[in-house]
Structure formats: structure tokens, C-alpha cells
Design a protein around this ligand. Structure first.
Ligand SMILES: NC(=O)c1ccc[n+]([C@@H]2O[C@H](COP(=O)([O-])OP(=O)(O)OC[C@H]3O[C@@H](n4cnc5c(N)ncnc54)[C@H](O)[C@@H]3O)[C@@H](O)[C@H]2O)c1
Length: 353
């Protein structure tokens, strides 16, 4: 097991990577206080022995799987169950699942009695390399993603790659989307991805990269926990990605892949992203998008979906769209475009995809 410590200004989070992390940490973490487990219906069905082995006797809340359940109603139901099951301030919440469970579970633990201990046990590739680390918690509100939330560091994150064995191919592709995002920010990860394109669906290769991605994120979060500056870099491709995710019903990682594709092309066109490097990044993204299962969205009305980018949290005013884009190897920048220009550029690149 490898250990990565994230020393954020608000709290320290210990991240353990390796299948043995479960056996080494869970008996210690579950002893002596009342425990609450949040998971989703798919994970609960797939891993009965896991829940029996580590959480026998704990209160287990099973949320129906899916982003559509990352909302206020679910949050309220979770908080009510936490209260009726007699959780105390000394209790601990374990969020076992993908990014949906991590985000809503993190928020429930931040809110309950003004904050109880939270342990993240991410079970998707996307959650292992990204969402379980850094303390961003949230629910969606209507059409706006992650608009209600809190920065709240988990006490520990236990990353066990064994969970990836049951992940559908589509979810592996989504996790790869976030890994390519790290590639856009870190030359080392970029090179590893570029040199090993034939291994992108090979779990052993992806597992090797998990620590690199987490370490990159941990160092950024230590320097800018509340996303006033550098942490915005972790949103490369996300302004357009979130808009596409909502408009086309894509999952987060797929939306991010398309978002990075279009935003990188827009950044090259604007002279913000170095052409040669940007084209290599575009090629990587296109390779990931070409992995099975293919999605073949009809982007003819993408101009409409551009409006969803107006509610992005990075925007400074209602008329400008803000995007975090790669600039060259190891560098990124914010690109601000007037809405009409953004809409036209997005339409152009999306129709060529
Ligand atoms: N907090 C952050 O910093 C951050 C960062 C990135 C994304 N996110 C959020 O994360 C969410 C996306 O996360 P996700 O892609 O993990 O989605 P998800 O939680 O919906 O999981 C995807 C699917 O995989 C299933 N699943 C989970 N683990 C499995 C396993 N081991 N085997 C088989 N199936 C499994 C789930 O039931 C679900 O159907 C979005 O809501 C996004 O906004 C948050």
C-alpha cells in the first residue's frame, strides 16, 4: 500500500492506495464508534461480502445509482437516516462508490452536526483518480451541476484498485477522461499516456497511474484548497464538459473528454494553446473517445447547449465564459471568451467532431 498525505489548510487527509488498504485501515477505522455507510445500488449488489466483512452491524444507506440522484431529496433522506439511526458527532461516514456517492456522502458528513468524520472508498476509476481526493462535496440543483456544496476534507481515502475489475468499459473510459486531464497538466503523465496508448484499457497500467494522478491533485489542493487560483486548472475541459454532460445525458468523464476536445481546439484557435502541443493533446483525447463503447452524439444543436456554460462557477460575469485550458507542456491558463464567440467556436468544432 502506498500513502499520500494531503496537507490542506483546513485539515489533513491520508490517502492509501492498494488493495491491502482495506484490510489494513478498515478494522481500525470502524472500531469504537457508530458507523454509517453510504453506497449505491450497483455497488451494494456487486460487493455483498465486502459490506459483510467490514461493515457488519453498521447502518447502511443504499442510494439508487445515477447522477440524477445526486440532489437535495437524496441528501435530505441521507441526513434524516443519519439522525434517526442515532449518529453522534463522534460517528464516521464511509462513502463507498463512485463520484456521486463520494460527493453527496462528503456533503452529508460536512453538514451533519456541522461535520463528522468521513472516509472515502472510491470504486470507479474516475473517483479513485479524482473525485474522492481534495474535499469537494456537492449536489446538483436542477440543471446546474455541483452548485450546492462545501469544501470538506475526508479523514482518509482508501483506494483499492480491485473494485475496478467489475467496472463496465464505459466507466473505464470515463476515468481515462480525467486521467487525460491530468496529462494536460503534467508532462510526466502526458508522456506515460502517450507512450502506452495500447494499454489504456489494461487495468494494471491504469492502476500504476492512479498514484501519479492523486499526487498531482493533492499537491495542487495543498496550495489552493478553496479554488481561488491554481485549483481551477483541475477543471480543464470542464466548462464545456458539464454543459455537454447535462445537454446530452452523458456521464461526467465522457462530457469531460468532449469538453477537453473542444476547449483545446478553441484555445489553439485563440493562440492561447501552443499548436504542436495542443494537437498532440487533441490526438490523445480523440483516441480515448474512439474506445468502446462509442457515443455518437448529434452536435448539430450544440449552440443551445453552450448556454449551459453560462452558469459555470468559474465565470466572472454573465456575458463571458471562462475555461481552464492547457497552454503548453506543464502549463495552463484561464481563457475568457465573450459568450457569442464561445458559442460560435463551440458550434464549429463540435460539428467537425
Ligand atoms: N468532487 C470532485 O472533485 C469531483 C471530481 C470529478 C467528478 N465529480 C463528480 O463525480 C461524479 C461522477 O463520478 P463517477 O463517474 O464515479 O459516477 P457514478 O458514481 O455515477 O458511478 C458510475 C457508475 O458506476 C457504477 N459503479 C461504481 N463502482 C462500481 C464498480 N466497482 N463496479 C461496477 N460498477 C460500479 C455506479 O453504480 C454507476 O452506475 C459526478 O457527479 C461528478 O460531478 C466530483
Amino acid at each position: 500500500m502506498q500513502e499520500i498525505t494531503l496537507r490542506a489548510p483546513s485539515a489533513t487527509a491520508n490517502i492509501f492506495v492498494g488493495d491491502d488498504a482495506l484490510d489494513k485501515r478498515l478494522p481500525i477505522l470502524t472500531a469504537t464508534q457508530k458507523n454509517f455507510v453510504l453506497t449505491d445500488s450497483n455497488v451494494y449488489k456487486l460487493y455483498p461480502n465486502f459490506f459483510k466483512k467490514y461493515f457488519d452491524g453498521a447502518e447502511i444507506f443504499v442510494l439508487p445509482a445515477g447522477e440524477e440522484n445526486k440532489n437535495f431529496q437524496s441528501l435530505q433522506a441521507i441526513l434524516e437516516r443519519m439522525s434517526t439511526s442515532g449518529l453522534l458527532r463522534t460517528s464516521r461516514l464511509f462513502a463507498v462508490g463512485g463520484g456521486v456517492i463520494g460527493d453527496i456522502g462528503g456533503l452529508a458528513s460536512a453538514l451533519y452536526m456541522r461535520g463528522i468524520s468521513c472516509v472515502q472508498i472510491p470504486t470507479t476509476l474516475l473517483a479513485q483518480v479524482d473525485s474522492s481526493v481534495g474535499g469537494k462535496t456537492a449536489v446538483d440543483l436542477g440543471e446546474v451541476k455541483n452548485i450546492v456544496g462545501a469544501f470538506y476534507q475526508p479523514q482518509e481515502v482508501l483506494v483499492a484498485p480491485t473494485f475496478l475489475n467489475t467496472l463496465p468499459k464505459r466507466e473505464i473510459k470515463c476515468g481515462l477522461g480525467e486521467m487525460i486531464k491530468y496529462g494536460a497538466l503534467s508532462g510526466d503523465i502526458f508522456e506515460l499516456l502517450q507512450k502506452n496508448t495500447d494499454k489504456w484499457t489494461d487495468l494494471a497500467f491504469l492502476t500504476e497511474l492512479i498514484c501519479d494522478c492523486i499526487t498531482h491533485k493533492a499537491r495542487v489542493v495543498e496550495r489552493d484548497e478553496k479554488e481561488t487560483g491554481e485549483r481551477k486548472s483541475l477543471n480543464v475541459g470542464h466548462t464545456t464538459g458539464h454543459a455537454i454532460e447535462l445537454a446530452y445525458g452523458f456521464s461526467h468523464g465522457e462530457g469531460v473528454l468532449y469538453g477537453m476536445l473542444f476547449e483545446t481546439q478553441i484555445a489553439i484557435e485563440q493562440g492561447v494553446c501552443e499548436k504542436e502541443y495542443g494537437e498532440q493533446l487533441v490526438a490523445l483525447i480523440q483516441k480515448a473517445l474512439a474506445l468502446a463503447p462509442l457515443s455518437t452524439p448529434d452536435f448539430s444543436k450544440v449552440g443551445e447547449c453552450a448556454k449551459l456554460a453560462k452558469s459555470d462557477k468559474k465565470n466572472k460575469d454573465a456575458k463571458t465564459v471562462a475555461m481552464a485550458v492547457a497552454k503548453c507542456k506543464n502549463e495552463w491558463t484561464m481563457l475568457y471568451l465573450p459568450f457569442d464567440e464561445y458559442q460560435n467556436s463551440l458550434t464549429k468544432w463540435a460539428n467537425r467532431a
